[in-house]
Design a protein around this ligand. Sequence first.
Ligand code: ZN
Length: 249
Amino acid sequence: MTEDRYSRQILLREIGLEGQKKIGDSTTVVVGCGALGTHAASLLVRAGVGRTVVVDPDNIEISNLHRQTLFCETDVGERKAEAAKRRLREINSEVEVEGLVDRIIPENAERILKEANVVVDATDNMDARFVVNDACVKLGIPWVYGGAVGTAGMVFVTTSDGPCLRCIFPKLPPKGELPTCDTVGIVNSLPSIIASMEVTEALKIILGEKPISELMVVEVWSGDIQKIRVRKNPECTTCAKRQYNHNTG
Ligand SMILES: [Zn+2]
């Protein structure tokens, strides 16, 4: 670890040299490598996280470029996970980066997530988030939910004791019910804010600090930021009953 590279982070009272070592010893998995994932992975790698795994099955499209900041025109058509890995290694060659061309499903989730100190959600669908939620609660790994559509986004941290994402959304919403970037669009300044908040929580977790306990809701167009208190649902199938039945929604 070159201390010069991280000098402005080491200077920070919240991190310091000891904190920087913890960051360097940690592993993060970023699930999804779109708008949130490219921002989050870039910040984690620049912060000096020892090993970062990005997981995404898709190819880069020209319509991704307005918000997916690791990619440029010559990357169009390439796998996101592979292009991201190449760019992240150019950003910081002192840390390990892995690009997994895969989709998180119940059958592979635990294998992919088990080494992580913290998991950063950067997917675009609730199905994958329910899979991540079940696997992380079961494995005792904290994970940071992030969502961004239109002009609004949310961040929420789940620790193994709960509350978890299923305490907020007990049932998987029917397919097509929730708006997506493909149906309503997204302002390109939003993902950087949401991903930055997610990475801040991930770094706090790595440093052994208590993450935020509320659901953070950011409306970037109006400038409104809300913190919503979330209670653990005593009937939650995941964090209360410990039934990891992500297949049934
Ligand atoms: Zn729960």
